[in-house]
Design a protein around this ligand. Structure first.
Ligand SMILES: [Ca+2]
Ligand SMILES: [Ca+2]
Length: 255
């Protein structure tokens, strides 16, 4: 499998010892109302970068009989085709969300690679986002399974920690609403604010954190679920901040 990891860095607020947090935000609105290509995707587990975002977002088909390249399709929840979606209501609205709907042809995963260039080891990560449902399911409550991994993380990596092994982190799952008899666009889309913290981590300087959401082809017609307004804040341990402050103090005294 060819692994695509874009070489990107994020400006971290390291202006003072008191603000050494790393902050990453994403509204998905740069996708606009066009379909966005995901070059290199198509074959099972072939990962491609989602065009129209910041180069850090990737997607792959993780199950299904299809072989064609994926795209982030602009839609309002009316489509029942499997794939990645660039959701908004109406379809032309500038407020975009990134989502997925699974079918027998395509069940996809998407995720983001964030490099820690704060200069510090980060041990607490706070994640907030809006979990959205643009299309309802039948038979089963649908879910996008959240997982995270470090460095070798990809949209298809197997070395991830997920809610199947942790209770608290299950809050990162995107859970759809109750199934209905006839599924269709949910208008307006439902929005649920999600906020949780991963703690006691070792996110080393220069290391990549990968956040991933995986879709599954559930029984019945599937839901269209999405995320919006993602915010990731990496926080160093107080000891690391104190050391950084001491280094700054020494540097000033040498002037
Ligand atoms: Ca948005
Ligand atoms: Ca599903």
């Amino acid at each position: 499998m060819k692994t695509l990891l874009p070489i990107v860095t994020i400006a971290a607020a390291v202006s003072s010892a008191a603000s050494a947090n790393l902050v990453y935000t994403q509204s998905f609105d740069t996708m606009g109302s066009s379909n966005q290509t995901i070059a290199g995707s198509g074959a099972l587990n072939a990962q491609g970068v989602i065009n129209g975002l910041d180069g850090r977002w990737q997607a792959a088909r993780i199950a299904g009989t299809g072989t064609g390249a994926l795209s982030a399709t602009a839609n309002d929840g009316s489509s029942n085709s499997g794939g990645i979606f660039n959701y908004a209501q109406p379809t032309t609205d500038p407020d975009r969300a990134l989502g997925s709907l699974a079918s027998g042809t395509t069940a996809a995963a998407f995720g983001v690679a964030i490099v820690n260039n704060s200069g510090l080891t980060l041990d607490t990560i706070t994640i907030t986002f809006d979990a959205m449902m643009f299309r309802s399911s039948t038979s089963n409550v649908n879910k996008l399974l959240f997982a995270y991994g470090f460095s070798t993380g990809t949209a298809t990596g197997s070395n991830f920690l997920s809610s199947t092994g942790m209770t608290a982190e299950a809050q990162g799952d995107i859970v759809g609403g109750a199934p209905v008899t006839t599924n269709g666009a949910v208008n307006p889309a439902t929005t649920t604010a999600v906020s949780f913290t991963l703690s006691s981590l070792v996110w080393g300087n220069g290391e990549t954190l990968y956040l991933r959401w995986s879709d599954f082809n559930e029984i019945g017609n599937d839901a269209g679920l999405a995320i919006d307004n993602l915010s990731v804040t990496g926080i160093p341990s107080p000891g690391a901040v104190a050391l950084l402050g001491l280094a700054g103090l020494v540097a000033r005294r040498r002037r």
